[in-house]
Design a protein around this ligand. Structure first.
Ligand code: URA
Length: 501
């Protein structure tokens, strides 16, 4: 059966095609239906998109079935796929129709994706950004409580209320991060469960289904913020080893209460600090991204090519480092930057945030850049190795240096970034970056402060220390001296970049 609407523009009755998606974040079904409809030439206004189980209107069950796919197959830019995958998770009921309208436009106008003056593009990009923020918030703010499963084993349960349909998309992150534990995340729309081997889903829950506060909450808070509190963990172990019923017979137990109180105070301060830290990363990131966007010259197809490269890099398996890492961390900054800074590899915070140089080394770098008068937002910042390499130690992840094979495997991405951005000046921050850029071991003290020629393309490069070298220096005097030298290097690099551009 077909539902018919009068289309005043066409002066005829328009056929409404109904598409019912299985779930609110059902990208695969949306893509299949959208492809079929677009190939059959169905106009955006002739499709009624809905999600199964949602209350419908009078047309819900009477829309025309999908037409048989006809017409020529067509390709869409990769950037559209990643945009659509994000936007599908948004809670705006118009998301399916907006994406379909963009898809139809892209058929005849493949560059439409770069048209950021178009209000629809802006709206879709805004939606994708909101979804990314929601994903990030869930990663950072989920809080687990410990309960016992029917078999007595520990299960960690969290309650979370996302703004968008991001739970399924985020499940992989929690599986990777907490692979060895049993956990459940309950949300109003959907609950997900991990038993150490299999991920399963159940319907939404209510806050009352989640356990109330438990000391483990505080541990998780600090864990998520990448802050480790050994005192706190020792107390946990101590309490475990020392059941309460024995306390009154043991003089040293008098120390337990003040110890816990002290640890709690410290934790409250740490949690507040970590929340500020996450906020800062997010705020600075957005400001930097906006500044980069404002200055980015999408001229030609550089932007589209960079986005394609980024999408490919997200699936990189060129070396095993992708397995334990949370995500690939790509370079960022204007694509017409005159300076490209190359670091070593993302650290713990970069791995969580998905952005380079946002942790302690990044903050030091920002400060030094500001003192040197070089605007970081006008530079492109990336790493020689795009995944965080670490050794798990208890709840901490300890940075581990990438080896020659890992640097070599990742050189390809850096070469692609350099080819796209084409910076007049490239700066290696530290030995790993220098090795990647020059293809061999470089002694920083021998080449520091002088222009060098890159073997691959003859471009100009400078080598200086990595900011984390400054963080590791043992005394304040050395720190001050080396920091001043680093600022001096950056200032010279900034001057040189001006001369070259
Ligand atoms: N160190 C690096 O080399 N890169 C980062 O992104 C962060 C710390």
């Amino acid at each position: 059966m077909c539902a018919r609407d009068f289309d005043p523009a066409m002066g005829k009755l328009a056929v409404m095609h109904a598409v019912t998606l299985a779930t609110p974040d059902d990208f695969d079904d949306w893509r299949d239906a959208a492809r079929t409809l677009a190939m059959a030439g169905v106009a955006p206004g002739e499709v009624d998109w809905r999600v199964g189980g949602e209350p419908g209107d009078l047309f819900a069950d009477v829309g025309a079935p999908l037409p048989a796919a006809g017409g020529a197959a067509f390709n869409v830019p990769k950037g559209f796929i990643s945009l659509a995958q994000s936007v599908i998770c948004h809670s705006d009921p118009e998301r399916f129709a907006l994406l379909y309208a963009l898809l139809c436009r892209l058929r005849g106008e493949p560059k439409a994706l770069d048209d950021s003056a178009d209000p629809r593009m802006r709206r879709l990009e805004g939606m994708a950004k909101e979804v990314r923020r929601d994903i990030h918030k869930m990663r950072a703010f989920v809080r687990f409580r410990e309960v016992a499963d029917a078999d007595g084993a520990a299960r960690f349960v969290a309650w979370f209320e996302p703004d968008h349909h991001i739970v399924r998309t985020n499940a992989g992150f929690f599986v990777r991060r907490f692979a060895g534990m049993r956990w459940s995340i309950l949300t109003p729309e959907l609950s997900i469960h991990w038993d150490g081997e299999t991920l399963s889903e159940s319907p939404g829950a209510s806050r009352a289904d989640a356990p109330e506060g438990d000391p483990v909450e505080e541990i998780w808070k600090t864990y998520y913020s990448s802050i480790f509190n050994p005192a706190r963990l020792k107390i946990g172990a101590m309490l475990k080893e020392m059941p309460k019923k024995y306390w009154k017979n043991m003089p040293e137990t008098a120390l337990v209460a003040p110890l816990i109180a002290g640890a709690r105070e410290r934790e409250v301060a740490m949690v507040a600090a970590s929340a500020r830290q996450l906020d800062r990363i997010e705020r600075e990131g957005l400001a930097r991204a906006e500044a980069a966007e404002a200055t980015m010259q999408p001229g030609g197809n550089t932007l589209a090519a960079w986005e394609k490269l980024l999408e490919e890099a997200k699936g990189c398996t060129r070396c095993p480092l992708y397995k334990p890492a949370t995500q690939m961390v790509f370079g960022e900054g204007p694509l017409d930057a005159t300076i490209m800074f190359v670091g070593e590899q993302p650290g713990d915070q970069e791995d969580l945030a998905g952005r380079p140089f946002v942790g302690p080394a990044g903050q030091l770098f920002d400060r030094a850049m500001a003192e040197a008068g070089v605007d970081r937002a006008r530079t492109y910042v990336t790493n020689a190795v795009k995944h965080f390499k670490f050794e798990p130690r208890g709840k901490r992840r300890i940075h581990s240096k990438p080896d020659a094979g890992e640097i070599e495997a990742c050189r390809w991405w850096l070469a692609q970034e350099r080819a796209l951005v084409g910076p007049p000046l490239t700066v290696a921050l530290g030995a790993t970056a220098a090795r990647s850029l020059f293809g061999k071991t470089i002694t920083i003290s021998r080449v520091r402060g002088e222009p060098m020629v890159l073997p691959d393309d003859g471009g100009e490069a400078w080598v200086t220390v990595h900011p984390s070298f400054l963080l590791r220096l043992p005394n304040e005097e050395a720190k001050r001296k080396e920091y001043a030298r680093f600022v001096q290097d950056l200032a010279r690099i900034g001057e040189r970049a001006k001369a070259l551009s």
